[in-house]
Design a binder for this molecule. Structure first.
Ligand SMILES: NC(=O)c1ccc[n+]([C@@H]2O[C@H](COP(=O)([O-])OP(=O)(O)OC[C@H]3O[C@@H](n4cnc5c(N)ncnc54)[C@H](O)[C@@H]3O)[C@@H](O)[C@H]2O)c1
Length: 475
């Protein structure tokens, strides 16, 4: 058996024994942002895909061709795939005949920063109870999981097999996911790299086969997800399971640190009268730094960075590694929410009794995901301070209202309504539509023309030209 240890990058055609073009039977367990996107992409590429979720409402909707999340291109792919992807609550009856089972369930934080693996382990247990020892599938951890989890999943499966008195060999591979919500399908069809962590060459080959159309870009791009011009073939990175697990946390910790870094520089930029957008551009043109993740703002949120940063810190603590840089990134991020409130205080002076029009609730544009969105902390603090909050988000409003019923927010049907009779507008999510709003007209309907643009997305000269007092972050 050839064992690929340590990181090795295999370009197209290097691996042998691939059954080109063969359709695989793939089960994806967990049909959330990652599972649904992955499932739809793999079905589009020609595989037979079954998406499993324990949530009846999700399965019901998907069976009717209705997307359960907002993600550009997903609706189109759901209808294109009708027939080639199926949805069910029951994994057990799907297991016989499956080539690959991909685990894509949630891995939330525990209160101590550790990762809650109960969903992953529950799936592993189910697999162990039903796995066919004559033709076991390759099990794949796509969920973001701490080091050792591939082995842990194997142990849980084996314990169940032992209870059945069954002995067989099977593989658990790690295949971390790097997609960005809001561009999830794009990133799945056109990734920078695909990382597979396994010691088993057969598992590696099978996963190479599953991803072959992506690695070789042999598919006709879906209309809704065109291939970007100049896109180069992605790298196929074969590592040990432990390295693959660490790669995912390292990537997220690094990106979170990059944002916290520019937010820290934004604070000094504010004090000295520089413009952080100019500073970021000036450093981002350096190839060693790159222009991405250098947008100062209200701090990072979402379903990944906060929990993954806490998780790598927890792992560090278990190994007596202080991880001072990562810890500082978390601390800078915590303080950054407050900076946005301070901008309002500087401009409004008194927050109690004022009305703030909040533009954007999602943690970033093009998604309805509000998990750990900066808007949650900022709105809570504004309400605690006695402000009236009118909010508008093009897609995340219903999720926000359902998730935070205790927040007494006035939800608006349009941006115009959120601005009307507000003392200040506070932009929290950089939805593209906010760039093109008739701010001059909106200003006429506001009580005072104060704009806190926490995403630095608007043109300062234009806004000040309309009579707004404009504050960004670091400019
Ligand atoms: N969302 C992202 O942008 C992103 C990116 C990269 C990696 N990840 C990682 O991928 C994993 C999934 O993230 P997500 O955002 O898709 O989560 P999610 O919460 O959107 O979806 C998880 C789904 O799993 C289902 N589920 C839980 N237990 C189940 C079980 N036993 N059987 C069947 N279904 C079950 C839930 O009902 C839910 O629909 C996490 O580990 C996350 O860290 C997420």
């Amino acid at each position: 058996m050839r064992v690929f240890r340590n990181a090795g990058i295999y370009e197209r055609g290097v691996l042998e024994g691939l059954k080109k073009g063969e359709k695989l039977n793939i089960i994806i367990v967990g049909t959330g942002y990652v599972g649904l996107t992955t499932g739809m992409a793999l079905a589009y590429l020609g595989h037979r895909v079954v998406c499993v979720d324990k949530d009846t409402a999700i399965v019901d909707k998907l069976e009717r061709g209705i997307s359960t999340i907002y993600e550009p291109g997903l609706d189109e792919l759901l209808s294109e795939n009708a027939g080639s992807a199926t949805f069910t609550q029951d994994m057990l009856e799907q297991l016989p005949g499956a080539d690959i089972v991909i685990i894509a369930v949630g891995t939330p934080s525990k209160s101590n920063g550790d990762t809650d693996l109960s969903y992953v382990e529950a799936v592993a247990g189910e697999i162990g109870r039903a796995l066919d020892p004559e033709s076991p599938p390759v099990i794949v951890n796509k969920s973001t999981v701490p080091i050792g989890t591939a082995r842990r999943v194997e142990t849980v499966i084996r314990e169940e097999l032992d209870k059945r008195g069954v002995h067989c060999s099977f593989s658990v591979a790690s295949n971390p996911e790097f997609l960005r919500e809001g561009a999830a399908l794009h990133d799945t069809f056109y990734p920078d790299r695909i990382v597979i962590g396994t010691e088993d060459v057969n598992a590696l080959n099978l996963l190479r086969q599953m991803y072959a159309p992506v690695l070789e870009q042999t598919f006709t791009p879906p209309q809704a997800v065109p291939r970007p011009e100049g896109y180069r073939l992605p790298a196929f990175v074969s590592t040990s399971p432990t390295s693959a697990e660490l790669i995912k946390y390292t990537a997220n910790a690094f990106l979170a640190m990059k944002i916290s870094f520019i937010n820290e520089i934004a604070s000094i930029s504010d004090k000295v009268g520089a413009d952080i957008v100019e500073v970021a551009r000036g450093i981002g043109l350096d190839k060693r730094i790159g222009p991405w993740f250098l947008n100062a703002g209200p701090g990072w949120g979402g379903s990944c960075f906060p929990k993954d940063v806490r998780s790598i810190l927890f792992t560090g603590s278990q190994y007596n590694c202080d991880m001072d840089l990562v810890r500082a990134a978390l601390e800078v991020n915590r303080k950054q929410r407050r900076k946005v409130i301070e901008k309002l205080q500087q401009n409004l002076k008194v927050i109690r009794g004022s009305t703030v029009g909040v533009f954007g609730l999602a943690f970033k544009p093009n998604t309805d995901d509000i998990r750990e969105s900066p808007s949650i902390d900022i709105i809570r603090e504004l309400l605690d301070m006695g402000a009236r909050v009118k909010a508008y988000d093009p897609v995340a409003q219903d999720k926000y209202r359902e998730s935070y019923p205790e927040q007494n927010v006035v939800y608006c049907d349009s941006a115009e309504e959120a601005a009307r009779e507000s003392d200040a507008v506070l932009i929290l999510t950089d939805w593209d539509e906010f760039r093109h709003l008739p701010w001059e007209e909106f200003g006429e309907t506001m009580k005072s023309k104060i704009m806190i643009d926490s995403r630095n997305m608007l043109n300062v000269d234009e806004l000040t030209g309309y009579g707004f007092t404009y504050s960004g972050i670091g400019r």
